[in-house]
Design a protein around this ligand. Structure first.
Ligand SMILES: Nc1ncnc2c1ncn2[C@@H]1O[C@H](COP(=O)(O)OP(=O)(O)OP(=O)(O)O)[C@@H](O)[C@H]1O
Ligand SMILES: [Mg+2]
Length: 256
């Protein structure tokens, strides 16, 4: 299992992740839910080992991930929030690069890449430079790159960003299928409905702190609790969106 133990992150003296603790067990899909800027991506990056915590540690199967960072990365698949892809490589070339870095055997890698590109509906674009891909196509490449070495830990940071309805549904079922095969899955999102439909448990983060860690079944009743009122006001109600939109339009139209 994957454990966040007292994770703290400060940037320039500002605490953005503040003593975050939670556990993700194999077979679980844990949703990390919170408004924009609450610390989801920062937490996810610390869980991958890409960002060093200011304090605290990440444990996987009982060991600190820093004890064997390469061993941990072999077992990790990560879909980052930002699609950092090499624009001059084709989709196939990028996935081959990732596969080689992952030390996948060449024939298995070629077979998996071809099959996954086909299943994600990218076959027609495999030889095109990624720079010419649409947002959703880039996202699909990121997802393939994260899963093709069959990792045991999957950290998804807004993985449905830019995906169309069909691809989103495929992704949702895929996440469930991977969890059913015993993977550890963390799914970060600011969309309450997505987390409710997909996840078995939810960790709600607000201003860098875990304000709830419970089953999805209890999420709705938790929403009535005053400690969570503000979080869900931002997630669900978004403080009178129509009025805010009107105010923005007024500012844009200002002449003096
Ligand atoms: N490299 C950085 N340097 C300084 N501040 C940072 C850095 N990365 C994140 N932060 C700050 O940390 C806070 C949390 O950011 P984070 O990206 O973790 O939020 P998030 O919950 O993923 O939000 P979103 O839903 O918008 O993706 C923000 O206030 C952000 O400005
Ligand atoms: Mg984020």
């Amino acid at each position: 299992m994957l454990e966040a133990r007292h994770l703290v992150k400060r940037f320039f003296g500002v605490t953005v992740v503040d003593d975050v603790n939670f556990v993700v067990r194999p077979g679980e899909i844990v949703g990390c839910l919170g408004p924009n800027g609450s610390g989801k991506t920062t937490t996810a990056r610390m869980l991958t080992g890409l960002l060093d915590p200011t304090r605290g540690s990440v444990f996987f199967d009982g060991s600190d991930i820093n004890a064997d960072p390469i061993g941990f990365r072999r077992r990790l698949g990560y879909v980052p929030e930002e699609p950092y892809l090499y624009p001059f490589l084709s989709g196939r070339e990028y996935l081959e690069l990732v596969g080689r870095l992952r030390e996948m055997p060449a024939p298995l890698m070629a077979k998996k890449i071809a099959a996954l590109l086909e299943l994600f509906g990218l076959t027609g674009a495999v030889e095109q430079g990624i720079g010419s891909y649409s947002k959703g196509m880039k996202q699909k490449v990121l997802i393939i790159a994260a899963i093709m070495h069959d990792p045991d830990v999957l950290i998804f940071d807004e993985p449905d960003s830019g995906l169309d309805v069909t691809a989103t549904l495929v992704l949702r079922h895929l996440v469930r299928a991977l969890a059913a095969r015993g993977k550890v899955v963390l799914y970060s999102s600011h969309v309450l409905e997505v987390v409710e439909k997909l996840c078995t448990r939810v960790v709600v983060i607000h201003r860098g702190r875990v304000v709830a860690d419970d089953s999805v079944a209890r999420l709705r009743s938790l929403m009535a609790s005053s400690s969570l009122e503000e979080v869900f006001a931002q997630l669900v109600l978004r403080v009178d969106p129509e009025r805010t939109a009107g105010d923005i339009a007024d500012v844009v139209a200002a002449r003096a």
